[in-house]
Design a binder for this molecule. Structure first.
Ligand SMILES: C[S@@+](CC[C@H](N)C(=O)[O-])C[C@H]1O[C@@H](n2cnc3c(N)ncnc32)[C@H](O)[C@@H]1O
Length: 194
């Protein structure tokens, strides 16, 4: 596990990396389609980016910690897939490629979810595959879909554009099994307003 220069007194969780489990990678790979052009935000040592490149049209991999990339590139046995573009740098400031269809954000401690979602939506990307909102498992967010203002949700689970998730309370007698199984894609939740 490699930490940022701010560790150990003030650990920057966003910059921490340890490989995810195979189930997580498998779940992402199952969601990638052959025509997808993927932007892997925080690509680490490229282990997932390389596998995605075997499945889809193109992968752009952004990684802020150059050391990870240098490590991979110094391995002479490593063969770069032709459809993988690696860009060292800070994804918060870098322009996102205009042809991206799908973002991949595996970052359970992400503090900039909204920024990444806004940037992907602005370039016309359709989907974001991520574990950043629920912080476990992987979900697909349809970036261009309509979202419900938080105040319009009567009761139930919500996942907001800002990255917050939660359960909006209501009257217990209104709670149904269906309501418990639905997640409302929301905007303007209480956290957005703080
Ligand atoms: C949890 S790791 C995931 C690595 C890789 N996607 C994987 O699943 O194996 C998150 C990665 O995001 C990188 N990262 C964090 N903030 C970043 C930023 N602003 N720009 C680019 N990369 C960033 C970290 O350095 C780290 O390698």
């Amino acid at each position: 596990m490699i930490l940022s220069e701010t560790a150990p007194n003030n650990v920057n969780w966003e910059l921490m990396w340890a490989p995810y489990d195979e189930t997580t990678y498998r779940d992402v790979l199952d969601l990638i389609k052959p025509h997808d052009i993927v932007l892997d935000i925080g690509a680490g040592d490229l282990r997932l980016a390389r596998r995605m490149a075997m499945t889809c049209r193109w992968v752009y991999a952004l990684e802020i910690q150059r050391a990870f990339l240098d490590q991979v590139c110094s391995d002479e046995s490593y063969q770069f897939p032709k459809n993988l573009t690696v860009q060292p740098g800070d994804a918060r400031c870098m322009p996102f490629p205009e042809d991206v269809t799908t973002g991949v954000l595996l970052m359970r401690h992400c503090d900039h979810f909204r920024l990444y979602a806004d940037k992907l939506k602005a370039v016309g990307a359709k989907d974001l595959i991520t574990n950043a909102r629920w912080r476990s498992g992987v979900e697909v967010i349809h970036l261009q879909s309509e979202r419900m203002p938080y105040w319009q949700i009567e009761m139930g689970w919500y996942a907001c554009w800002c990255g917050a998730v939660g359960f909006k309370p209501g009257k217990v007698e209104h709670l149904t099994p269906e309501l418990e199984s639905v997640v409302h894609e929301a905007v303007n939740c209480p956290r957005c307003e703080n």
